[in-house]
Design a protein around this ligand. Structure first.
Ligand code: BGC
Length: 749
């Protein structure tokens, strides 16, 4: 069905137009039957279809009683694959299940930046790094939309904590907003054109996101050219008229109780007809897209399960492997401990699915070791002495103890933030007690974000970070444990040693209405790396069962200018004994800049599979943006002339190869000097330095030795004072102040 949008806008009554700006019900858009405009169904992801059976019959919508669907690894996990093709494949499988159920819009992906491991919803977000988040979101969107289902980029923007999420005011400077929190949205909008963007609950610099003119109109639409529909998060709108005026197209859930307010605002001129028509057009265009892309689908659930298994394999991160205890020898007697082995953890809240099939680790390990002993070890978060003792008895008799731990639904979920960074107390107690009777403890962690590993690190030989691995968790884990596939996940976020080490430990996540982002740009590895703070595991870390060597780094050019692209290529060789995949990471370090910058930033990555002894050449392209930062006085991303180090690493702290490039930029990043800046500022500024030296030498009795006392005193003077004092400073020198000033500022003829 095709809607003639212009004609429809002319035919709609004012009431009908306004009604289109809210849902018809909790999960549907508003239909206009008179004009043949149907309602369109939307529902949550991000790890699969989450559709309540009642959701489809309007008026009876609940969150329970949900359809079965394939559950894929959570977003932190998917980002840890560093595999965009795989992410796209997952997106396609999810979309097919949406099509099969007649759902046209997926309320995902979530790409808020991980400001702290404590954010209760981190499992639903990709990374602490905007580049990785953006790239993985692009792949996800391409996959989903390629199958004719729309995506919703959320939560726009700075929904970085769950405590007070409906009201909290995220206060930050422009660079932090642009470089850290908006950047992944910008990349996804520009590179993948999502059908929809969801306005977040919170405020940014004082204004609610859904009513935020700057975010919705200036940046999203005007700067980035977003042509889709803005939907509010569920109940996010506080001021209906303000939201319509400032670019929020669809209020959810519906129906709206506030249409009259919009009609009144049109009457009084607070809202213009042009604004109204624009919002209506975007909703109609969305309905149009949905209708044109609907298709009959018969899902192949076995194939989807297989994709989920591969995704779980590639997202699991081997954090530690002491004495090469892994992969396990099949003859070893294993014991499986911890209730979480018998289930598969998912993120709590609107992302929770009813998996179409499930392979918990315990079941899959039993298939391989029919006689294995299992002990739950805990139930609930508080340690249970009896259960721990039973687990100890079982562990004492085994070669290897596999202990399953993590966060629980009462520790980590949508709706609230974690109160600490530990695994559940009962899980920690189990590890520590079991380690007293078995020297070969292998820990599996299920959590959506970093946990404090130092609490048990010394007690155990190996650690796997499973995240929330999806329905094929058990199959994937068994293959990883026994070396049928080599681990290849790399951390999509830093594992700090202590919660107290995190950049926002004493700032945010308490129940305050206003959170000032004092750490600015310095989140995740940008913080730990720049401030040289030891971490448990750095961003990008992940072990495997072989070793890789990097060599032959080649850059397409050494001198760059605006508009250039830099090709970075190198050889990666598998120097060990088994096939495995490696993710090569490319970081850029700005050698010197006027404004503070993080010590390095991820700007490229490539994943490659290598047989033992095999070498492949991999490459990545860095464009101008890889060198740019948001320059406040220019109000845009720009490159500063100077040197940059290209760093190629296996993780953010394991840099293997480096090369320097020089970027000659026309962006004019240099901060404009005034007569309040010092002589030194004028001397150091690349644009004025030569002239300043000439002035000092020719007119002010130089040359000066820069270590002389007179130079030290003079260099601190403002240039104005320097001129004013010229006769005193340079007796006998006839300085024409006006001419000199004109010369210095480049204004002399
Ligand atoms: C969540 C959104 C979700 C919506 C609908 C909200 O509470 O923040 O992410 O899409 O509910 O379930």
């Amino acid at each position: 069905m095709n809607i003639n949008i212009n004609k429809t806008i002319n035919e709609l009554t004012l009431d009908e137009k306004v009604s289109l700006l809210s849902g018809g019900s909790a999960w549907y858009t508003q239909p206009i039957e008179r004009l043949g405009i149907p309602h369109v169904l939307m529902t949550d992801g991000p790890t699969g279809l989450r559709l309540s059976k009642n959701q489809v019959s309007v008026g009876e919508e609940t969150l329970g009683n949900i359809e079965k669907s394939t559950s894929f690894p959570c977003s932190s996990a998917m980002a840890s694959t560093f595999n965009q093709e795989l992410m796209e494949e997952v997106g396609r499988e999810i979309a097919l299940q949406f099509q099969e159920h007649g759902v046209s819009l997926l309320l995902a992906p979530g790409i808020n930046g991980k400001r702290t491991p404590l954010c209760g919803r981190n499992f639903e977000y990709m990374s602490e790094d905007p580049y990785l988040s953006g790239k993985m979101a692009v792949a996800y969107i391409k996959g989903v939309q390629g199958e004719g289902v729309g995506t919703t980029l959320k939560h726009y923007v700075a929904n970085n904590q769950e405590n007070k999420r409906f009201t909290v005011n995220a206060v930050m400077d422009e660079r932090t907003l642009r470089e850290i929190y908006l950047a992944p949205f910008e990349m996804a909008v520009k590179e993948a054109a999502p059908w929809s963007v969801m306005g977040a609950y919170n405020r940014v610099n004082g204004t609610y996101c859904c009513e935020n003119n700057k975010l919705m109109l200036d940046i999203l639409r005007d700067e980035w050219g977003f042509d889709g529909m803005v939907v509010s998060d569920w109940t996010a709108i506080t001021d209906k008229v303000g939201s319509v005026k400032n670019g929020c197209d669809l209020e959810m859930p519906g129906p709206s109780m506030r249409d009259q307010e919009v009609l009144d605002a049109l009457e009084t001129g607070v809202l213009s007809m042009a604004d109204l028509n624009d919002r209506v057009r975007r909703v109609l265009q969305f309905v149009q897209r949905a209708l044109m892309n609907k298709k009959e689908v018969k899902v192949d659930y076995a194939r989807a399960h297989e994709v989920s298994r591969r995704a779980a394999e590639e997202s699991t991160v081997l954090l530690k492997n002491q004495d090469d205890i892994l992969p396990l020898n099949s003859n070893l007697k294993i014991v499986v401990l911890g209730e979480q082995a018998a289930d598969v953890m998912q993120g709590g809240g609107c992302a929770k699915l009813d998996p179409e099939r499930l392979s918990p680790p315990l079941d899959e390990l039993r298939k391989r070791n029919p006689d294995l002993v299992y002990a739950p070890g805990y139930t609930g978060d508080a340690p249970d002495e009896k259960l721990i003792n039973e687990a100890k008895v079982a562990a004492a008799d085994a070669d290897v103890a596999l202990v399953f731990v993590g966060t629980t639904y009462s520790i980590e979920s949508e709706g609230f933030d974690r109160a600490h960074m530990r695994v559940a107390d009962s899980h920690l107690a189990l590890i520590r007690e079991v380690a007293k009777v078995n020297k070969n403890v292998i820990v599996m962690i299920s959590s959506g974000s970093a946990v404090e590993v130092h609490q048990f690190d010394k007690d155990v030989k190996a650690i796997f970070q499973l995240w929330y691995p999806g329905q094929a968790a058990g199959e994937a884990l068994v293959r990883l444990l026994y070396g049928e596939v080599s681990p290849s996940g790399k951390l999509s976020e830093t594992y700090p040693v202590h919660l107290e080490n995190t950049p926002v430990f004493d700032n945010g996540h308490v129940n305050v209405e206003e959170v000032e982002y004092k750490e600015g740009l310095f989140v995740g590895y940008r913080y730990y790396g720049t401030k040289k703070i030891p971490v448990q595991y750095p961003f990008g870390h992940g072990l495997t069962y072989t070793t890789f060597e990097y060599s032959g780094l080649k850059l397409s050019q050494r001198d760059l200018k605006n508009g250039d692209q830099l090709e970075v290529s190198l050889n990666v060789t598998n120097t060990g004994g088994v096939k495995a995949k490696e993710t090569v990471q490319i970081y850029v370090h700005d050698v010197r800049s006027q404004y503070p910058r993080p010590e390095q930033e991820l700007k490229g990555f490539a994943k490659v599979e290598l047989k033992p002894g095999e070498t492949k050449r991999i490459s990545a392209t860095l464009d101008e943006r890889a060198f740019a930062y948001y320059v406040p006085h220019l109000s845009k991303f720009a490159v500063e002339t100077g040197e940059f180090e290209i760093r190629v690493g296996a993780d953010s702290r394991d840099i293997r190869l480096t090369e320097l490039v020089r970027f000659e930029s026309q962006d004019g990043v240099t901060i404009p000097l005034t007569d309040r800046d010092s002589v030194l500022d004028w001397l150091q500024n690349p644009e004025t330095s030569d002239r300043m030296k000439t002035v000092m030498n020719d007119k002010f009795g130089g040359p000066y030795r820069t270590d002389s006392s007179i130079f030290c005193i003079m260099s601190g003077l403002t240039i104005r004072k320097f001129f004013d004092q010229s006769s005193l400073l340079c007796p006998g020198h006839n300085v024409d102040v006006k001419k000199t000033e004109a010369y210095l500022t480049g204004n002399s003829e």
